[in-house]
Design a protein around this ligand. Structure first.
Ligand code: SF4
Length: 95
């Protein structure tokens, strides 16, 4: 996936800042799964076999924002099926 020039500049600024601070290890990409459920059934993935109460677990928008803030990575990848498949998640992605 191509990144916009603005996104590239943000990542570059983040990397330079970490370097100038002397930070050796830092997060670059946060893999976030706000929903545990997934609407796909990829070969080799056992997620679909979890009990329903586990599959229904999901983060609140505030938990998502707090996790992103705490991590500090300049790139957030939202993984796992279709994260915007619920109305609550759709709202959080537009905030
Ligand atoms: S998208 Fe990810 S979580 Fe969903 S079935 Fe495929 S591997 Fe599993």
């Amino acid at each position: 996936m191509a990144m916009s020039m603005q996104a590239q500049l943000s990542v570059f600024k983040y990397l330079v800042t970490q370097k100038m601070k002397g930070v050796e290890k830092y997060p670059l990409v946060m893999m976030l799964e706000p929903l545990f459920a997934c609407n796909l059934e990829c070969a080799g993935c056992g997620k679909i076999q979890y009990p329903t109460d586990i599959l229904r677990k999901r983060m609140t928008p505030q938990e998502v924002f707090d996790a992103v803030e705490e991590c500090g990575a300049p790139i957030v990848s939202i993984a796992g099926g279709e994260p915007s498949s619920t109305p609550r998640s759709s709202r959080s992605s537009t905030a």
